[in-house]
Design a protein around this ligand. Structure first.
Ligand code: BGC
Length: 364
């Protein structure tokens, strides 16, 4: 009798577990590109913080810079019955087929930070104002050059871009080039590390021309690629010793800065960045990186969750622009950015509670 009872008990527990497995439902699925870059770990942390207050269940998966893994993540979330997918694509073109699969399953798709291209199936896009990221980086370099930036001054300018698989890399670069173009055209700045066939000073560059340029100066968003490229660019370099460097983001900026700092022919370098990663804030405090563009991830996260919950609840969504993804104009929400320099680390990042002063050395 006792034995029979324990068999029943085991069967009962197994059936409960099986039922739980079957009904493990998730409302909102989030797919982020990689854990290897602090930027996306920041987004995960901020999502977790913000989601504590919603009644919806959420699962966050990372694709580790691999489109096949990204697709598996989307599949796994579809199986769990998600209603909304928030996704930052590793490769904006390759992700199209994964989101088409989600769309077929009746799921709403929000492109988060990076646009997914070549598909009708992106419902919304939430992003920082990427054009102004690039523009702010270039304006900073112009500002630093100051009075020296005169016709034919030939101030040495090094240009680096993000990954060609990321639509943002194009927008950042376009934003920067728009500001730099007149100074390149009149010889005030002289680009040192681009020798492609596209004329950078042309009034407007086609996507194909931009691809050619980005392809020549790409870091692929990868620290080592950035380092190797900067080293190659400085091999045999015998230009001016005060240099101006457009680096697309913080991770690549730190790699590039290290290379320039260790070159004895360079006395001063100004290098841009973006993301306000902790490591780069420390570099800025230490005078090793010149600036960064702060993208307050809290705002992007809140915006994305707000969109997702409205989609689930069939409520209206307010957008403030569109981005063309090659197939359609995607209704978008654009979030503002801020420039951080040594003198604004405290007022913008610490006083707002984004980071703690104890996260760094050298902030009183
Ligand atoms: C993001 C940047 C990030 C870069 C590399 C871009 O799409 O907008 O914030 O630094 O990807 O991950």
């Amino acid at each position: 009798m006792k034995k029979l009872f324990s068999i029943f008990l085991v069967m009962f527990v197994i059936s409960i577990l099986a039922a739980c497995g079957k009904t493990e439902k998730v409302d909102i699925g989030i797919v982020l590109p990689t854990k290897e870059e602090p930027r996306w770990v920041q987004d995960e942390t901020r999502f977790k913080e913000a989601l504590k207050d919603t009644g919806y269940s959420v699962e966050i998966l990372f694709s580790q810079g691999d489109s096949a893994k990204e697709r598996q993540n989307v599949e796994a979330l579809i199986t769990k019955g998600i209603k909304v997918l928030i996704i930052t694509a590793h490769d904006g073109g390759a992700a199209a087929s994964a989101i088409e699969m989600a769309k077929e399953a009746g799921i709403k798709v929000i492109a988060y930070d990076r646009l997914i291209t070549g598909t009708d199936d992106v419902d919304y896009y939430i992003t920082f104002d990427s054009k102004s990221v690039g523009a702010a980086q270039a304006e900073y370099l112009v500002e630093q050059a100051g009075d020296a930036l005169v016709e034919n001054a030939n101030l040495p300018l090094f240009l680096y871009a993000g990954a060609a698989t990321d639509n943002n890399a194009f927008i950042f670069f376009e934003g920067a080039l728009e500001v730099l173009k007149p100074y390149i055209k009149n010889g005030a700045f002289e680009v040192q590390n681009y020798n492609g066939s596209t004329d950078l000073t042309k009034d407007s560059l086609t996507r194909a021309e931009l691809s050619e340029v980005v392809g020549k100066i790409t870091t692929n968003w990868d620290f080592n690629t950035a380092k190797n490229l900067a080293e190659a660019n400085l091999t045999g370099y015998n230009g001016g010793s005060t240099t101006y460097i457009l680096a697309p983001n913080d991770g690549t900026a730190r790699s590039i800065a290290d290379v320039f700092a260790s070159d004895t022919n360079i006395s001063t370098y100004f290098v841009t960045g973006q993301d306000a990663e902790k490591a780069s804030i420390q570099y800025i405090i230490d005078g090793k990186q010149s600036m960064t563009v702060f993208k307050d991830v809290r705002n992007l996260v809140t915006g994305a969750i707000d969109m997702a919950t409205k989609l689930i609840e069939n409520k209206a969504i307010t957008t403030n622009g569109t981005y063309n993804n090659g197939n359609k104009d995607v209704a978008s929400v654009k979030v503002e950015v801020q420039v951080i320099k040594q003198d604004s680390v405290k007022s913008i990042l610490i006083d707002s509670g984004y980071y703690l002063s104890t996260d760094f050395t050298g902030i009183e």
